[in-house]
Design a protein around this ligand. Structure first.
Ligand code: SF4
Length: 382
């Protein structure tokens, strides 16, 4: 899929937003940032969801050691080098500093400080209990006030409820798209595009969903079915091509760009009856079982999700499903649990490849070999 066209169209789209007088609020793409509040304030939430390369990683070493996660390094590199494809970064008005992980907070602070982008703060507690929910709500109130100050007017309750409904509907469509048996590369492209643009392209996504359902071409017959877990595959990453060229097809993205995003829905009955939209967002934070940020039993939840998906897939198709656990180098959130995840799933007969990598070109051959060997082994086991 042509990501250069995606990025060039997105540049034009963001310029239009600026011409409409919207401010662009950027942040490193992770869980729990309340994009509905940004939207309700009349701003555009821009997620940094772009993969890196050698140049981007190298250029971050003036700011952070090379032992920082490769994604965070690349985010800094984007601002340091500003490659032509990413010229739209010039239109960012504010940068959110949040603490999904250490790399996230360090990279966000550096981008704000050294590239002169005014910062907004949104912090999360590292526990999950009654007090952390109260803290989350206080942070929402604080974040809302920061946005209101920039906008010079209040964010009305009605406007926020409308934004929540809009995002909810958008996620419902992505959930539906996920069920359609399309090639993994195409599904990933659609998810990336959708999350990048947000609900502005709801009708395009609805149309895509309808058309794809009417023209189902089973793309996966001779391919090995793969569930991808761990770190997301960001825009401009060749990993998806390596998996497809090796004979695999990702049918389920158990990652932030994928299940973790579109599964965080708010029930219709709560949407209709609520008078307090911040409480709805807080409730969603409480119910977020699969995030790698401060969710007790996160790993157990993820393991049982994968087991259930595997069993359901096996009984429906008769095929095995391999699991690729994608670990971006120095992403401690994912790396620290990878052996346990692999052992637990392999004990249940589910084959797992822990694939740790950074964005350097030199390791492409090595990745290729490991993916091919894994897919070949799956063949023997079917
Ligand atoms: S360490 Fe992991 S969770 Fe943190 S920014 Fe990097 S990829 Fe994201």
């Amino acid at each position: 899929m042509d990501t250069s066209e995606l990025l060039s169209d997105f540049t034009a789209f963001l310029r239009e937003k600026k011409e409409e007088g919207k401010k662009i609020i950027a942040f490193i793409s992770h869980d729990n940032i309340p994009e509905e509040l940004i939207d309700a304030a009349g701003f555009f939430p821009l997620r940094l969801m772009f993969a890196g390369n050698d140049e981007l990683m190298d250029s971050s070493h003036d700011y952070l050691p090379a032992s920082t996660c490769a994604f965070a390094q690349s985010c800094i590199g984007l601002f340091s080098i500003k490659p032509d494809q990413y010229r739209f970064l010039d239109v960012i008005d504010y940068f959110i500093v949040s603490n999904h992980c250490v790399s996230d907070i360090c990279a966000s602070e550096i981008i704000s400080k050294y590239f002169n982008i005014p910062r907004l703060n949104f912090y999360l507690s590292y526990t999950k209990n009654e007090n952390s929910s109260k803290y989350f709500k206080l942070e929402l109130i604080n974040f809302k006030e920061q946005l209101e100050k920039i906008q010079g007017k209040k964010i009305e309750t009605e406007a926020l409820l409308e934004s929540i409904k809009k995002y909810n509907k958008f996620k419902e469509i992505l959930k539906e798209i996920n069920e359609i048996p399309i090639r993994g590369e195409e599904k990933l492209y659609i998810l990336q595009k959708a999350i990048l643009y947000g609900p502005d392209i709801t009708s395009e996504m609805e149309e895509y969903c309808q058309n794809s359902k009417q023209n189902i071409v089973e793309p996966t017959k001779n391919k090995k079915d793969i569930l991808l877990t761990g770190c997301s595959i960001f825009i401009n990453d060749h990993l998806i091509n390596l998996i497809e060229e090796g004979g695999g097809n990702i049918i389920f993205f158990d990652t932030w760009i994928g299940f973790n995003y579109y599964s965080q829905l708010i029930e219709d009955k709560n949407l209709e009856s609520s008078k307090d939209p911040l409480e709805l967002i807080t409730q969603r934070f409480k119910e977020n079982k699969y995030s790698d940020h401060s969710v007790p039993n996160f790993l157990e939840n993820r393991i049982s999700l994968i087991q259930n998906y595997y069993n359901e897939h096996r009984s429906r198709t008769g095929k095995k499903l391999g699991v690729i656990n994608h670990i971006i180098k120095f992403c401690d959130h994912m790396a620290i649990m990878s052996s346990h995840l692999k052992n637990r799933l392999q004990n249940e007969g589910i084959q797992v490849l822990n694939l740790e990598r950074d964005y350097s070109r030199a390791i492409r051959g090595q990745l290729n070999t490991r993916i091919e060997a894994f897919l070949e082994m799956m063949e023997k086991l079917v």
